[in-house]
Write a protein that binds this ligand. Structure first.
Ligand code: AMP
Ligand code: MN
Ligand code: MN
Ligand code: MN
Length: 280
C-alpha cells in the first residue's frame, strides 16, 4: 500500500483556519495517511495534533516552517520529524516569535499612518494565542472591504513597497538548519518556485541550502504548476536532494490547495521520508 503523505500544512497555531485537531480530522477524512503540521515559526500546535493523530488513526509528523532571510529575500524552510522540545530549536524560534510580535506592531503603526487605524488589534485578535502573520493582517484588512479578496490585500498593502510592509530580518539559513538538525529533524526547502528567483539565483539558493546541511526540496507543492513541478524535479535530481510533497494547506476558504489532493511524487526521486527510515 502506498502511504499518502502531506508534509506541509498550517493550523490556528499560525495562519491556518483549522485548529490542530480539526486539521488532523479533516486530513484523515481526505485520505491522508501521514500529515506534517508545519506552522510558521512555532511548534505550539504539535502536541494537540499528535494526540488527534492517535485518535484519528493517522500518523502525525512533528514539523514547522521557519522564516529565513537569505540575500535580503525571505525563504521558508520546513523542518520535519523534529523533537519539538529540543532546546536549541525552541530558543531559536523564540527569537523569531519576538521578531514577529515586533513586526506586527510596526505593521499596525504604518497602516495607521496610511489612514487605517485599529488593524494591529484586529489582526492580533484573529491570531488569538497563535503567531501573528501577514495572513491575519490580510483578513483584518479584507474585513474592512478595502480590497476584493485576500490576494488583492497582499498586493495593495502587504508586499514590498506597500504601506503595511515591514522589511524583516529572520533567521540565517545555516542557523535554522542547525536548529532543525539538533532537534533530530531534516530540512526541506519549501516551495522553491515561489520566490520569483531567476535560474541562477535559484541554483545559488539550492546549492547554499545543501552546503549548509539541507536535505530536501519541496518538489510537489500545492501551489506549484505542472511546469514548476517539472523544474523542481530537475533541481532535486541534479543536486541530489530528497523530494518532499506538501499542500501548504491553510484554509477551506481558499479554492486551492485542498487537503488530500496531492499527486504522487515522480518515481525517479527519493522521498524525504526515507531520511527518517520510512519505506520509500
Ligand atoms: P508572514 O510569514 O507573516 O510574512 O506571512 C506569510 C504568509 O502570508 C504566507 O505563509 C502565506 O500564507 C501568506 N501569503 C503570502 N502572500 C500571499 C498572497 N499573495 N496571497 C495570499 N496569502 C499570501
Ligand atoms: Mn502561511
Ligand atoms: Mn511558506
Ligand atoms: Mn506554509
Amino acid at each position: 500500500m502506498t502511504i499518502n503523505y502531506d508534509l506541509h500544512t498550517h493550523s490556528t497555531a499560525s495562519d491556518g483556519a483549522y485548529t490542530p485537531t480539526e486539521l488532523v480530522q479533516q486530513a484523515a477524512r481526505s485520505g491522508i495517511d501521514a500529515l506534517a503540521l508545519t506552522d510558521h515559526d512555532t511548534t505550539s500546535g504539535l502536541k494537540e495534533a499528535m494526540a488527534a493523530g492517535s485518535e484519528s488513526g493517522i500518523q502525525v509528523i512533528a514539523g514547522l516552517e521557519i522564516s529565513v532571510s537569505w540575500n535580503k529575500k525571505t525563504i521558508h524552510l520546513i523542518g520535519l520529524n523534529i523533537d519539538p522540545e529540543a532546546t536549541a530549536l525552541q530558543k531559536g524560534i523564540e527569537g523569531l516569535q519576538e521578531i514577529r510580535a515586533d513586526r506586527a506592531i510596526e505593521m499596525g503603526r504604518r497602516l495607521e499612518k496610511a489612514g487605517i487605524p485599529g488593524i494591529y488589534q484586529a489582526a492580533k485578535d484573529l491570531a488569538g494565542s497563535g503567531m501573528v502573520t501577514r495572513t491575519h493582517f490580510a483578513h483584518a484588512l479584507a474585513g474592512l472591504g478595502l480590497a476584493v479578496d485576500v490576494r488583492d490585500v497582499f498586493k495593495r498593502y502587504l508586499t514590498p513597497g506597500k504601506p503595511g510592509y515591514v522589511n524583516t530580518t529572520w533567521a540565517e539559513m545555516g542557523e535554522a538548519i542547525n536548529w532543525i538538525k539538533s532537534a533530530g529533524g531534516v530540512t526541506v526547502l519549501a516551495h522553491p518556485q515561489r520566490y520569483n528567483l531567476t535560474g541562477s539565483w535559484l541554483r545559488r539558493l539550492v546549492l547554499e541550502f545543501r552546503d549548509e546541511g539541507g536535505l530536501g526540496l519541496e518538489v510537489l507543492s500545492g501551489v506549484a504548476s505542472p511546469g514548476e513541478v517539472q523544474s523542481s524535479t530537475e533541481y532535486a535530481k541534479r543536486y541530489e536532494l530528497l523530494a518532499s510533497c506538501g499542500s501548504d494547506f491553510h484554509s477551506p476558504q481558499y479554492q486551492w490547495p485542498k487537503l488530500g489532493r496531492m499527486p504522487r511524487l515522480p518515481e525517479s526521486l527519493t522521498p524525504i521520508w526515507t531520511a527518517w527510515g520510512a519505506t520509500p
